[in-house]
Design a protein around this ligand. Structure first.
Ligand code: GP9
Ligand code: MN
Length: 414
């Protein structure tokens, strides 16, 4: 009882925003088509390889007047990778510091987006052409309230349309259209891509750009694989536009987590034309793209707010016009003013409007310079950085306590 009250007070005092954003209800009654873009990182966006854009379609979508693009959006996953990103997105709670919460706490009580929107008449599903037991999805999807899971058994998969992990993204999207059309409306559907997954295997016939040349085959092969996913998403948009789904939906695209780990820093520094990848750069490489495309909106723009996967649930619910005033969550509506000023990474590092804290050091977020305590101003800054650090620790602890104690069992959401 007491623990839950403490957590609720923490949220009321530090997280919850009481006024609605100007986007509240902007997608009321619309379908939500969610694309989980496997291993997509922000450093390829609007970037080139051998003079060619890596992601021409996403770049043009970002410039589209119906798209909101978040350029300082961070992934916050731990060892549970894709499943952790799903956990963050649906619950606005943190995954665990070790293991995958999809495995360790799949029978907990949750209050996730699919369950909340069911009361508003939404029908929800996940579409992913892999085994339903991978990441214990069958079990966890049930706990977080998804109505249906179109797993590998809902797809026609053969050696010709497969590579690496399984069904290629282009046939995956093609075959997914009929599932979306058959779903009761309005729906919330999450499509999880697969081709752009380590080790980024791709047949010659699917390569539209050449690999990079460095000492890392992983990074080298990442580029053609990312381009393939970019093309697959473009084809999906074209297919959607040929149906009445497009007009009646919003489409969200999010990178789930990094694809290129620090093991490839030498090659990465070469590609980014930097002498080395510093701890500060490493945090900045944890940015993943987030695009919210609202057909007919017309006010889309690039938004620089510091933000992360923890913010998705309150954002989606706000867009759908659903009130969350009594809910438990650790993120904020991305369109709200007076947002919490920091994004916590699972290891306790954080990004705030002013600072990046990593490897025990506070950096100036905008310049990347280390904040030294050699002046009064410096001492002041480090102490305000430490203040955020304490908040981050408390917040992660509260989220962990909710999971380890299965505390939402005792919470009255009404
Ligand atoms: C597997 C896919 C990849 O179904 O979602 O998971 P990951 O290895 O990225 O966590
Ligand atoms: Mn993944």
């Amino acid at each position: 009882g007491n623990e839950l009250n403490d957590i609720k007070s923490f949220i009321d005092d530090n997280v919850r925003i009481n006024e609605k954003s100007n986007m509240f209800g902007a997608a009321e009654g619309k379908n939500v088509i969610w694309i989980n873009a496997e291993s997509l990182q922000s450093f390829v966006i609007k970037n080139e390889l051998n003079g060619e854009e890596v992601t021409p379609f996403l770049n043009s979508l970002i410039e589209d007047e119906d798209t909101y693009y978040f350029e300082n959006f961070y992934e916050q996953t731990g060892q549970g990778k894709t499943s952790d990103s799903e956990f963050l997105v649906e619950n606005s709670m943190y995954p665990l510091s070790r293991g995958a919460v999809f495995f360790t706490h799949s029978t907990n009580e949750y209050h996730a987006t699919p369950e909340i929107i069911k009361d508003e008449g939404y029908n929800s599903a996940v579409l992913h052409a892999n085994s339903g037991s991978f990441w214990n999805r069958f079990q966890m999807y049930d706990s977080i309230g998804f109505d249906h899971f179109y797993d590998e058994n809902s797809y026609e998969i053969n050696p010709d349309n497969s590579v690496g992990w399984g069904l290629k993204d282009k046939p995956f999207f093609e075959q997914s259209i009929k599932h979306l059309q058959s779903m009761d409306k309005p729906f919330y559907a999450k499509l999880i891509t697969l081709t752009n997954h380590f080790p980024f295997e791709l047949g010659e016939e699917d390569r539209s750009i050449e690999p990079y040349h460095s000492n890392s085959n992983t990074l080298n092969n990442y580029f053609p694989a990312v381009r393939y996913m970019d093309e697959a998403i473009e084809e999906f948009f074209t297919l959607l536009e040929s149906t009445d789904l497009y007009e009646n939906s919003i489409i969200v695209i999010m990178g789930d987590h990094i694809g290129i780990s620090a093991n490839h820093n030498k090659a990465m520094s070469m590609y980014l034309d930097k002498e080395e990848i510093t701890p500060y750069d490493q945090v900045q490489l944890q940015r993943v793209p987030l695009l919210i495309h609202i057909p007919g909106d017309g006010n889309g723009k690039t938004i620089s707010t510091v933000s992360g996967q923890i913010d998705i649930k309150p954002t989606i619910l706000s867009l759908l016009g659903i009130d969350t005033k009594n809910d438990i969550y650790f993120g904020n509506d991305l369109f709200a003013k007076n947002r919490k000023s920091y994004i916590a990474l699972r290891n306790g590092d954080f990004i705030s409007n002013e600072f990046i804290f990593t490897a025990g050091t506070c950096y100036n977020r905008e310049t990347g310079e280390i904040i030294e305590e050699d002046t009064n101003k410096g001492i002041e800054k480090v102490s305000s950085c430490n203040e955020i650090r304490n908040n981050v620790e408390t917040e992660l602890q509260h989220s962990d306590d909710l999971i380890y104690g299965d505390l939402l069992r005792f919470y009255d959401f009404d």
